[in-house]
Design a protein. Sequence first.
Length: 125
Amino acid sequence: MLILDAGAFVAVERGNRRIAALVKQERLSGRPPITNGGVVAQVWRGGSGRQVTVAQLLANVDVTPLDDRLGRRAGILLGRSGRSDAIDAALVCLSQDGDHILTSDPDDLFGLARAAGVHVELIPV
């Protein structure tokens, strides 16, 4: 599975076509990429026509709600890892061994993944 952090959305907004192509490839292969609602909050600023590329990318990504259950899992992971970014922790909680995470912060996600005991491929954007 392909998982997107906020950096992936920012990169697309800045014209990175590689990420949009990866998302399209995953979607066509029947594995829709995912993110969580916290990531949407990090990247969405709205405004008429201001974030067309972000909106287009979001239309092709499944957004998992950052609800009580996911929030608690992320909080436990933060405590275990000594990290502080709850949104990144929630992304790692969505991952499984073998997943790929597009990220602008591979060091933080590496520490979270290690603390979670999950083996993911971190793809810098």
